[in-house]
Design a protein around this ligand. Structure first.
Ligand code: LLP
Length: 438
């Protein structure tokens, strides 16, 4: 197993996380269960701030990308660690505001912001609105005028960079719905238009090239391309923009085969390339912003399942079914994602048997294909590594499953931060039309 964060195997041979025995967590809170290691989250926040703040001689702001995992408790952790927050919908923004997240530290994203979302952003005085299209620019300017406010904005660029990750989560290449392309001239035209609009205060530019990127070069190249673009803006418009947001995207370890760069290596590359490019263009260093999501919470989370059925298809494979599936983890189906799994109640035992773990949905919902476990038995507890990001946040109620609880652990304490859904929750929004009531 890959022991991540505070994980260890205790004297009983059980996986422990945040000082809590996972077998006890499963008994107390039930399964499937998402467990989040508070110390691991805080350490990653500090690593990001430390790595960038010590290297970059101007202001740095790390925004946590809430799409990875957002709840009231997570907002509090990010705020306590001095991070800003990237939100991408009215729902995420509402969550942040309910957690008393400082609005000035929130950046509002989205390639199609509804009027409601833009209004909520303006009314709550979020720190930055990241404009993604020409249409949005005009709409936002009109709304800002209506409120008689000047709204601080960044413009999302498409830097034309293809970077790793699954093709569904690549975002920075030319054929993408996100941002405005530098190479087609649309980005510059939109900058020129933004500078004309009195109610928008164009502070800088933003880009995000993709997710689960396992190399540093694409980030370094992006830093250069975007810095060159700031110099081009100055040449063409005389405006010297002062903020540069490089988005998120740093990959994590899902299996021992993944070897992501450390946060230090990532910071070293982007800062070095940025400083060099700024010097080359004689451009004053902008505030540097980044938006990691997965690399803040991903490795801090595990999922616990109970094994319920073991079925051997002779000569083919052994299927092990767990009490969850694509409703709590759609990533294998969506991205062919692979994971490190092991028996949490027998974590010290040698893994010797190849099995395929499936969920319990009415689908061929293979979760973990051909993984090696200690010979599993019904009732064993299966732990899945690196499920802190894009698991709870992407969970659904398919087949009317109740979404699992999320428990935060630290120093032997475990508390629920999201309650397990109930059958009442499942029916809470159902309604019967009058003609079907008797
Ligand atoms: N900033 C922007 C504008 C983004 O679109 C994203 C992720 C991030 C930051 C954070 O990226 P990260 O550091 O987490 O890679 N559901 C997919 C991932 C989608 C990522 C979307 N955008 C998955 O499960 O792999």
């Amino acid at each position: 197993m890959l022991p991540l964060g505070t994980q260890r195997v205790n004297e009983k041979g059980h996986l422990e996380i945040g000082g809590c025995d996972t077998v006890e967590l499963a008994e107390k809170f039930g399964t499937p269960l998402y467990v989040l290691d508070e110390r691991a989250v805080r350490e990653r926040c500090r690593e990001y701030r430390g790595a960038l703040e010590t290297r970059y001689p101007r202001k740095v702001k790390v925004y946590y990308a809430g799409k990875a995992f957002l709840t009231l408790a997570m907002c509090r952790l990010a705020a306590q660690e001095g991070l800003g927050l990237d939100v991408t919908s009215a729902g995420e923004l509402h969550t942040a505001l309910q957690a008393d997240f400082p609005p000035e530290d929130i950046a509002l994203h989205g390639n199609f912001k509804s009027e409601e979302e833009m209004r909520l952003g303006i009314e709550s005085r979020v720190g930055r609105i990241v404009v993604d299209s020409r249409i949005e620019l005009e709409q936002l300017a009109a709304l800002a005028a209506e409120y008689r406010r000047t709204v601080p904005v960044l413009l999302r660029l498409n830097p034309g960079i293809k970077a790793g990750g699954h093709e569904f989560i690549e975002t920075g290449h030319i054929d993408s719905k996100f941002g405005l392309s530098i190479s087609t001239g649309q980005a510059l035209q939109t900058v020129q238009r933004a500078l004309e609009l009195p109610h928008l205060d164009l502070r800088g530019v933003h880009c995000h090239i993709g997710s689960q990127i396992l190399a540093t070069e694409p980030f370094g190249r992006t830093a250069e391309v975007v810095m060159e673009f700031l110099a081009e803006i100055r040449r063409e418009t005389e405006a010297v923009l002062t903020e540069l947001n490089l988005g998120g995207g740093l990959g994590i370890r899902y299996t021992p085969a993944d070897d992501p760069p450390s946060v230090e290596e990532y910071a070293e590359v982007i800062v070095t390339r940025l400083l060099r490019a700024a010097e080359r263009h004689n451009f004053p260093l902008p505030t540097l912003m980044v938006e990691p999501g997965r690399s803040i919470v991903g490795e801090a989370g595990i999922t616990l399942y109970t094994i319920g059925v073991i079925k051997e298809v002779p000569g083919v494979r052994t299927y092990v079914a767990v009490d969850g599936g694509m409703s709590d983890n759609p990533r294998p189906a969506l991205y062919k994602a692979r994971y490190e799994v092991f028996l949490a109640n027998r974590a010290a035992e040698e893994p010797t048997q190849v099995v395929t773990v499936s969920g319990k949905h009415c689908e061929t919902d293979t979760l973990f294909e051909e993984v090696v476990l200690a010979p599993p038995q019904v009732g064993d507890l299966l732990a899945v590594q690196s499920t802190g990001a894009y698991h709870y946040s992407m969970a659904s109620n398919y087949n009317r499953f109740c979404r699992p609880a999320v428990v935060l652990v630290r120093e032997g304490q475990a508390e629920v931060i999201v309650e397990r859904e109930t059958w009442e929750d499942l029916l809470a929004h159902d309604a019967l039309p009058t003609w079907l009531r008797d």
